[in-house]
Design a protein around this ligand. Structure first.
Ligand code: LLP
Length: 427
């Protein structure tokens, strides 16, 4: 194992072998098989505590973005730590409730909420709908009236600021589908203010993910603040400001501001408003708390490149294929093989199926590798492409390792498929 990696919290190196807390990666792979998602409970707990500390005495609510990692055990851990949740579907809401999360700490984001999802959220009594269009507001109003409930709403402002991140995960620009501009937001607030079943209680935005600078946050906060003051002058008094998620993590050599630095700068701008601050972090809580363990199946010398074919693929971890994302790949134990440069690829039949390119590794067939920074948007973006069962997930705490999701069985893959009679009988 090379020693130039910046090891994330929860992972460490003991005499050249990779450990998650007090359990070696090799023993986890042996016990549970590969590919395997491994998470450190301590790392998640500490990352959450960093956000809590960053707010200090300020009135606040941290709503973990469920899409980053939606395993029920992890949601339950976060719920116990006092976390709220940012959801984008009825499915995520049901996960939060199944995990014992408090509906009163749930905000519901997303550009397309169905009537059924809105009804579910209203019935559960969520904290707030983060509304993204006039049509959505009208639908919420109609459903609230039918259910005889009052729907708390926030309008998602699209502040037209550049988050300076990958264009697929940038959400706060005019050309993006998210949120509404300030003019439309004012119309929506007026409509909500005049409705007897809508209650405008907050304002929100989310400008993108894996942000490595504070400036785009400050820019959007400036726009949020202007709108809050404008609404106040019209008699609409909001209680909270939700600045969304998006703070990045270190995957390679990014310099990422701390949660404290971000919140300090936001508070400098917002404290005078005396509102509750909300945030929707996903990646910064779980990203570096997870790794994907995978075994080298084949070493193959191509004419131009050398490949390490591993047993995890783009269906297990999509980020490299989808965003050309770079994640550290390391040997989990010293093996003695001469370090050479490999493309680390999966068995899926696509040239885009790679976990890393041009990585220097000392490996032989059968060795175990770890892909770091896999705790966020890893398992949640996995699929069954190529009829590959999804990986198992394990949560490690000290010397204990608990399976929090069993490896899928091949039969699970076609459990919902049906054979219509004419096909079954061949007629
Ligand atoms: N709030 C809203 C409304 C969001 O859309 C997102 C993420 C978050 C919060 C959490 O953002 P975070 O703190 O995790 O950056 N699959 C991509 C990331 C997509 C992010 C989508 N929205 C990736 O793997 O990089």
């Amino acid at each position: 194992m090379s020693h130039h990696y910046n090891m994330p919290n929860g992972f460490g190196d003991r005499e050249g072998s990779l450990f998650c807390e007090a359990v070696s990666a090799d023993s986890l792979a042996q016990r549970f098989g590969t590919p395997l998602y491994v998470y450190s409970q301590t790392a998640i707990t500490e990352a959450f505590a960093e956000w809590t500390k960053a707010f200090g005495v300020a009135d606040h609510l941290i709503c973990f973005a469920v899409k980053a990692n939606s395993n029920i055990a992890i949601l339950k851990l976060l719920a116990r730590l006092g976390s709220g949740f940012d959801i984008v579907s009825g499915g995520e809401l049901q996960r939060v409730l199944a995990a014992g999360g408090d509906a009163a700490k749930v905000v519901f984001s997303g550009v397309g909420k169905s009537g059924a999802e809105i009804e579910l959220a209203l019935t559960a009594g969520i904290r707030c709908f983060n509304v993204e269009s006039a049509s959505e507001l009208a639908l919420i109003e109609e459903i609230a009236r039918r259910l005889n409930k009052v729907a708390p709403i926030s309008v998602r402002l699209n502040p037209d600021v550049d988050a300076k991140t990958h264009h697929y995960i940038s959400t706060g620009l005019k050309e993006n589908k998210f949120g509404v501009n300030a003019e439309i937001a004012k119309t929506l607030y007026r409509a909500a203010h005049e409705s007897d079943v809508l209650l405008p209680i907050g304002i929100d935005c989310h400008i993108g993910s894996q942000l490595t600078e504070i400036e785009p946050f400050s820019d959007s906060v400036k726009h949020l603040k202007n709108l809050v003051l404008d609404l106040r002058s019209r008699g609409i008094n909001l209680q909270h400001i939700d600045i969304g998620g998006g703070l990045g993590i270190q995957y390679r050599d990014e310099e990422v501001p701390s949660a404290k630095a971000l919140i300090d700068s936001v508070r400098d701008q917002l404290d005078e408003l005396s509102m509750e601050l909300m945030i929707e972090p996903g990646r910064s809580i779980v990203g570096n708390a997870g790794a994907l363990l995978t075994r080298v199946m084949v070493i193959k010398e191509g004419e131009k490149k050398r490949f390490a074919v591993v047993d995890a693929a783009m269906n297990d971890l999509l980020r490299p294929a989808l965003y050309s994302a770079w994640q550290t790949i390391m040997e989990t134990a010293p093996c003695g093989a001469e370090p050479r440069v490999y493309d680390v690829v999966g068995p899926v039949c696509e040239t885009g199926d790679f976990l890393g390119k041009d990585r220097k590794l000392g490996i032989t067939e059968g060795d175990l590798l770890a892909v770091l920074g896999a705790g966020a948007y890893g398992f949640t973006m996995s699929s069954n492409y190529n009829s590959r069962p999804r990986a198992a997930e394990v949560l490690v705490s000290g010397t204990d390792a608990h399976v929090i999701r069993k490896r899928e069985r091949v039969e699970d893959l076609w459990a919902n498929e049906c054979l219509p009679e004419p096909i079954a009988s061949g007629s």
